[in-house]
Design a protein around this ligand. Structure first.
Ligand SMILES: Cc1cc2nc3c(=O)[nH]c(=O)nc-3n(C[C@H](O)[C@H](O)[C@H](O)COP(=O)(O)O)c2cc1C
Length: 372
């Protein structure tokens, strides 16, 4: 691991991160009136509460186009690098990531932006690298999404190699690659204390997973069947060691509906993810994922429509506090280092999670208590 002082390097068996609070709707594709508006003040309040509760990371979605439905899902999103910089200034311990499309930010600009954010947070900045899947967003930038995954990840590799070289090397260098031609490239300051920020990646295709085990510290993976995940984690960790001599960890992605009783939680889930789902946005999201990404098989897409409305296709963790703690323990037992979580309304629901779920996870030995 690059950073021994980072919250991500602690010994908790189940690390937790809040995912997508920078986007309207968060992960819930719904029209309920209490859906998340993703305003700055709410993001800041959530980040401070999560930091004080010992949550390890905050992960934004980089989104440039909404999905067009009545709920305005992702119609508004705070840009992720500036969002991260603001939250790093407002917090003390938590790792704050920016999610960045390699094709939309020049690597010289990116290296300096990330180093600046890392200085603001005294070494708590992290980078989630996206090599592309959303064709309309590419068109928005006047670009064509490369058809072949191999091409997308080759471009991403050259981009990341430049960013890292700018972070590592003092003397200016010339770069004559396939996609970039740079003269006397240099960037100062280097990241905080000369240590490289933590890297996340969420690829699913074979080409993307090869990129992830070569470059990332944490690989995010969709969860459908936890037994399948257990095998996947073991095999990717050994591939990373064999092929690249690297240790990587994997994180799941989930959403939480927690209420005093299981029935109340199920009822609320049915209300926002079935009765009042933003159906047009769910259709659009599933169609786009089916066309360009390999995160879900066609069968999984067909079977799990409610999961897309409930939490953008992430893993549902629904029930009473004991149910939720049980399910999170199963996620840890699958060999994952942790999981992302999301709520319909983050600032309203996080305090209940903090007060009811975190102590249960501590009693089970999955997390250490955080003392303020
Ligand atoms: C947890 C998670 C977070 C992701 N964040 C973003 C994002 O913010 N923006 C984006 O365009 N794609 C995002 N992706 C998409 C992935 O980076 C990747 O493109 C997608 O999973 C397809 O993988 P593939 O290229 O290997 O088929 C995310 C995926 C996951 C599972």
């Amino acid at each position: 691991m690059n950073r021994s002082g980072s919250a991500m390097a602690n010994t908790n068996r189940l690390k937790l991160g809040l995912f997508s609070p920078n986007c309207s709707g968060g992960l819930a594709v719904t029209t309920v009136p209490e859906r998340w508006a993703a305003g700055w003040d709410d993001n800041r309040e959530l980040a401070v509460a999560a930091d004080q509760a010992g949550i390890e990371f905050l992960l934004p979605v980089a989104r440039w186009l909404g999905y067009g439905g009545a709920g305005g899902f992702h119609a508004s999103s705070l840009e992720s690098v500036t969002w991260a910089a603001g939250l790093l200034a407002a917090t003390q311990r938590i790792t704050v990531l920016a999610t960045v499309h390699t094709a939309f930010t020049h690597p010289v600009m990116a290296a300096k932006q990330f180093a600046t954010a890392d200085h603001i947070g005294h070494g708590r900045f992290g980078l989630n690298v996206v090599c592309g899947w959303n064709a309309p967003e590419y068109r928005l930038f006047g670009l064509a999404l490369p058809q072949e995954h191999r091409e997308r990840y080759a471009y991403g590799q050259e981009w990341l190699d430049i960013v890292r070289k700018l972070w590592r090397e003092e003397p200016a260098f010339d770069w004559d690659g396939r996609h970039f031609h740079l003269q006397q490239a240099t960037s100062c300051p280097k990241p905080w204390q000369g240590l490289e920020p933590i890297i996340f990646n969420a690829a699913a295709s074979p080409e993307g997973r090869d990129f992830a085990i070569r470059n990332s510290d944490f690989l995010l993976t969709s969860l459908v069947d936890l037994d399948k995940t257990r095998r996947e984690v073991a095999s990717l960790k050994s591939l990373a060691a064999e092929r690249h001599g690297r240790a990587i960890d994997m994180l799941g992605v989930s959403y939480v509906v927690c209420r005093p009783t299981r029935q109340e939680a199920l009822d609320y889930h049915r209300y926002y993810a079935e009765k009042l789902a933003d159906e047009a946005s769910v259709d659009r999201l599933m169609a786009l994922l089916g066309q360009h990404a390999k995160s879900f098989t066609p069968d999984e897409l067909r079977q799990h429509r409610v999961r897309f409305a409930g939490g953008h296709g992430t893993y549902p963790v629904i029930g009473s506090p004991d149910d939720v703690a049980d399910e999170l323990e199963r996620i840890a037992d699958a060999g994952l280092a942790g999981t992302t979580i999301a709520f319909v309304n983050y600032t309203r629901e996080f305090p209940y999670f903090r007060d009811e779920i975190l102590p249960r996870l501590e009693r089970r030995g999955l997390r250490q208590a955080t003392h303020q």
